[in-house]
Design a protein around this ligand. Structure first.
Ligand code: IMP
Length: 467
């Protein structure tokens, strides 16, 4: 066992002490009982630290399923002193007995997936329980090239994509010219599909963008190596997930990105090309809505956003800087500094609406510590004197909105040592309670730092969520 495996095991043991109400009985290795299937979604613009809450919830589930997005996502999980960063592999992989599924709705850059697998294996984490859907679409070299070229062409109105080829891969899926993991495993079918699609893509690259054409033989050679490596992991994940759902083994659906980046329900066109919302869990895995027992949204105690687009509570000042530096608000995937601002209750209410949130997990309370006062946006004033209390559907194009803030007293840095709700500074407790009222959803957990032990379970809600 190497150092990281030891740290992980020790941390699993600690987990047994921090989990309330006998949940520790269900740590890996113990027998599973009838457990609810839970979807975890981002309630804002992504980067809400979903990885952390997924890690906490995964310890007593049989399966964690990633249902959408690609390696534009970056989930960090801190175990002891070790930080694990996941882009495609579900965070549940840290538990030896949890089956981790990358389902149909995810777009796979196989080179990235394989290096993530190898990197984790090198740290003592087994890939034995990793399953990959044959229906998941592949990201090919022309997707990455086109992502960058399309952004350049957009000029001033660029989206600020992660440049990973996500949008172009989903575009091809919808245009029915996508190539899937299942195709990759069939040598002849893959070659036929690739040559056909590449003829068209090279026309676009050379004639529209004046770029160099891509070489089919080089791509075939590279991707055949990926096929051999990934073959043992590819399976009918739809059947696997359905079976786990039917058995009541407790399936956790891991959302990537966040509600406002949803292709249909987000701040279009400044969105990603998939469905991060809870409904995406059905489309992306092949289960019916009835299979979902609970939905939990994850939010920060403030708001961040990467890439372009509207952000009414953005703080382009000392406060924004304070939050960015204390919260290490730099992208896990691209390293870009995140835009930072106050918590927006209208966004949370909207997230409750479109995801059907049963609970909220409110994180990063420690980041706001040290400020004399903190603000929550409770409405938007318009130029015509109106006050909006719901997110307007044309939000991306509104330049006339001024946030209306409610100001609360701040709290001290001792917040990060709180392990129960009662141990939180009074002002932080009042903040959590106020967010709960304004968002209109029960807060089941709060977080005061990246460590597993820095999650505060709020009873009886947490037990109702998990049990
Ligand atoms: P794409 O997903 O790379 O096409 O990027 C589209 C938009 O979604 C850009 O504004 C990205 O910054 C944003 N985005 C994509 N993935 C994430 C994420 O995991 N966290 C935060 N923003 C993201």
């Amino acid at each position: 066992m190497d150092g990281s495996t030891v740290a992980r095991r020790e941390s699993d043991a600690k987990m047994a002490n921090i989990l309330p109400n006998g949940l520790a009985d269900n740590l890996p290795g113990s027998s599973l009982r009838n457990l609810p299937n839970i979807v975890v979604v981002g309630a804002q613009w992504g980067d809400e630290a979903k990885g952390k809450i997924i890690d906490v919830l995964a310890c007593n589930r049989s399966m964690v399923v990633r249902y959408g997005g690609g390696n534009n996502a970056g989930h960090s999980v801190t175990v002891g002193d070790i930080v694990y960063k996941f882009h495609l592999i579900p965070s549940g992989v840290l538990y030896e007995k949890v089956v981790c599924v990358i389902a149909d709705g995810v777009v796979i850059d196989p080179g990235v997936l394989i290096s993530e697998m190898k990197g984790l294996e090198a740290r003592g984490i087994s890939m034995r329980n990793l399953k990959l859907s044959g229906n998941a679409h592949l990201i090919l070299p022309y997707h990455r090239t086109l992502d960058l070229l399309e952004e350049e062409r957009r000029g001033e109105s660029k989206i600020g994509t992660t440049g990973r080829g996500i949008g172009p891969a989903y575009t091809d899926k919808a245009a029915r010219i996508g190539i899937r993991v299942g195709d990759l495993l069939d040598k002849n079918r893959f070659e036929e599909r690739l040559r056909d699609v590449l003829t068209w893509k090279n026309e676009v690259l050379t004639k529209l963008y004046g770029a160099e054409p891509l070489d089919a033989d080089a791509i075939l050679l590279e991707y055949r190596g990926y096929a051999d490596y990934l073959r043992p992991y590819v399976t009918d994940t739809g059947a696997l997930v359905s079976e786990a759902v039917q058995k009541g083994n407790g399936v956790l659906f891991e959302g990537a990105q966040g509600t406002l980046l949803d292709l249909d329900q987000g701040t279009y066109p400044y969105v990603t090309s998939s469905h991060p919302i809870a409904g995406g869990a059905c489309i992306g895995t092949g289960i019916g809505p009835g299979a979902i027992d609970r939905v939990i949204g994850v939010a920060k105690s403030y708001t961040t956003r990467v890439g372009a687009g509207c952000f009414p509570t953005e703080q382009l000042n000392e406060t924004g800087h304070y939050i960015r530096e204390r919260g290490h608000e730099y992208g896990t995937t691209t390293g870009r500094p995140r835009r930072c601002g106050w918590l927006d209750a209208l966004i949370l209410r909207y997230a409750v609406q479109v995801n059907g949130l049963d609970y909220l997990s409110l994180g990063h309370l420690d980041v706001l510590a040290g400020l004399d006062e903190v603000k929550i946006c409770v409405g938007y004033h318009t130029l015509t004197g109106e006050t909006l209390t719901r997110l307007p559907s044309d939000l991306p194009f509104r330049t006339d909105l001024t946030p209306v803030y409610e100001t609360l007293p701040g709290w001290g840095v001792e917040a990060e040592y709180a392990r129960t709700f009662e141990e939180l500074p009074q002002n932080a407790q009042a903040f959590v309670r106020r967010v709960e009222e304004l968002a209109g959803v029960t807060i089941a957990s709060a977080s005061v730092g990246p460590g597993r032990e820095q999650t505060i379970f709020i009873e009886p809600h947490w037990s109702k969520l998990t049990g």
